[in-house]
Design a protein around this ligand. Structure first.
Ligand code: G3I
Length: 360
């Protein structure tokens, strides 16, 4: 057993010593990281080695969501979230919190409580007390928080593009956002406070609608001095059936910079759905789009770094859905490492994008 442990340790040391994506990023004053689930770090040593090599920052894929941190009204459980925090600390990685407030992944008791007839102040406490408890618990330990995740929704065809079907919006209207940011600032004044959203990267009409809604929301929040300090661009891209144009995305980044916001690409992955049968061709196409996207993103001096939503196709949220697997049963090829943890052209595209990026 000792020999096995020793060889595993040597293996970790060897892989961890390889220059990974985090080094390429750090050399330019930037961050590269990825979303992880705690059990994977404990149950798959080879995957953990790759994370140690590549990631300078970790974000919880799901354990920091309220469904896991507060499964019962009086029952907080940070044990799952803390496993990721401890791994990150052990390997000198930064961490970011995701999310404090989201329309999804809430415990049933909370949705019921928000729907009950009770004084508004009691419902405000359901929002602000949670943020206070979680924010104070991790205060000073997180690089940033996604304070509010996915506040807009183009599918509700509202003039303001807001996600009015959110359980928070149903109770407070848009004011839940300012309540959340002020509570987060009080609880953890050191973390950079982000508004995080998706569907802002390409030229398709529904992305344009979302960009417009977000910019108008930022106008309203900034007019009320709401402490929004960063905007997280999730970066769930589509290599096929979509259109990315550098100047459209660059213009949006310039508009965000105009609010004095820090920027991050928070959940990068590139869907291969609709692509050719050849994995090699899909990998090449995805690497090409990754490079084009990151060249624009990293040109912005407000950009702090890039996180992918996972590191390996072995574990991706997309392939967790059986319909997203390929006919041969293989997983979707959307992340930097393939299901065998081998580096893909996307890995090299990310590394090169950091190497070519202007230094901070
Ligand atoms: O851990 C349990 C397992 O014990 C149980 O057997 C299994 C079946 O119910 O569920 C497992 O939990 C799942 C968890 O992922 C871990 O796999 C939850 O059901 C499932 O809802 C959860 O999905 C996550 C989803 O957010 C909702 O929280 C995905 O992993 C995660 O990738 C996804 O991430 C979101 C971002 O937070 C926001 N942006 C979009 C992104 C992708 O949807």
């Amino acid at each position: 057993m000792a020999a096995t442990a020793a060889s595993a340790c040597i293996k970790t040391e060897v892989i961890a010593a390889e220059e990974g994506l985090k080094t390429a990023a750090q050399n330019k004053g930037l961050i590269y990281g990825c979303a992880v689930g705690g059990p994977l770090l404990e149950n798959d040593p080879a995957f953990a080695d790759a994370v140690i090599r590549d990631a300078g920052m970790l974000v919880h894929e799901y354990e920091m969501k309220r469904k896991y941190t507060q499964p019962r009204p009086r029952g907080y459980d940070f044990s799952k979230a803390d496993r990721v925090m401890e791994f990150a600390k052990r390997h000198s990685m930064k961490t970011r919190g995701h999310p404090l407030v989201w329309h999804a992944a809430n415990p049933e008791w909370l949705i019921e409580a928000l729907g009950e007839r009770r004084p508004r102040i009691e419902k405000e406490r359901l929002l602000t007390e949670y943020i206070g408890i979680v924010g104070r618990r991790y205060s000073g330990r997180l690089h940033s928080w996604d304070v509010v995740n996915e506040a807009v929704n183009h599918e509700e065809w509202r003039g303001d593009g807001m996600r009015a079907t959110s359980p928070w919006y149903k109770v407070f209207g848009e004011s839940y956002i300012e309540l959340a940011f002020h509570a987060a600032k009080e609880a953890d004044p050191n973390a950079i406070l982000f508004l995080n959203d998706f569907g802002v990267e390409s030229t398709v009409r529904w992305n344009e609608q979302r960009r417009t809604a977000i910019l108008k929301l930022l106008d309203r929040l900034k007019a009320k001095n709401v402490p929004v300090e960063g905007f997280g661009i999730q970066g769930h891209l589509y290599a096929y059936n979509d259109r990315f144009e550098e100047d459209v995305f660059a213009n949006f980044l310039r508009q965000l910079e105009g609010y004095g916001l820090k920027l991050m690409i928070t959940e990068l992955d590139v869907r291969d759905r609709g692509g050719p049968p050849s994995p090699a061709q899909r990998d090449a196409d995805i690497a090409g789009l990754t490079r084009r996207f990151l060249d624009v993103a990293l040109e912005s001096r407000a950009m702090l770094g890039v996180l992918t939503w996972g590191l390996s196709d072995r574990y991706s949220w997309v392939s967790a859905e059986p319909e997203n697997k390929w006919p041969d049963g293989k997983p979707a090829r959307i992340l930097p490492l393939d299901e065998n943890l081998a580096k893909k052209p996307m890995w090299s595209a990310i590394k090169t994008a950091f190497e070519q990026a202007p230094a901070r």
